[in-house]
Design a binder for this molecule. Structure first.
Ligand code: HEC
Length: 108
């Protein structure tokens, strides 16, 4: 009886496990999540859209000013001293790398 409710449940559970595993393994998605939590209230973090905060550059344009390899390192060291009323952010190595991976994927 393939169509039993139990079978359906198992299929759904397997599907959920697969998708959360994909999330854990995709640094770009994790990086986007981190930016969404910490930066998105001022910066545009996607391929489209304007920054909510006037003067804050859209992240898809960062490679115009920054070397993206260097950027990961700077995120770990606490990059953002220049921001007005901005909390200081420091990312650990994994997070910095995830953020840099995501940023690379959206550069114009
Ligand atoms: C409270 C608003 C705010 C938040 C939150 C914020 N920023 Fe900014 N950011 C700004 C503004 C405004 C500017 C432009 C003025 C400046 O550079 O000082 C800016 C500029 C930048 C720049 C351009 C380089 C520089 O230093 O001039 C980078 C890179 C940057 N932000 C990264 C981030 C990252 C990464 C996060 C999240 C971890 C973040 N910002 C969160 C407001 C914010």
């Amino acid at each position: 009886m393939l169509k039993s409710p139990m079978m359906k449940f198992l299929l759904i559970a397997a599907g959920l496990m697969l998708s959360s595993a994909a999330w854990a393994q995709d640094p770009a998605l994790r990086g986007r999540d981190l930016l969404d939590d910490n930066c998105a209230r001022c910066h545009a973090i996607d391929k489209n859209g304007a920054s909510p905060r006037e003067g804050a550059p859209a992240f898809r344009t960062l490679s115009r000013s920054f070397d993206m390899d260097e950027f990961a390192t700077r995120l770990q060291g606490g990059l953002m001293s220049g921001h007005p009323d901005m909390p200081e952010f420091k990312f650990n190595e994994d997070d910095a790398r995830a953020v840099a991976t995501y940023l690379r994927s959206i550069q114009e």
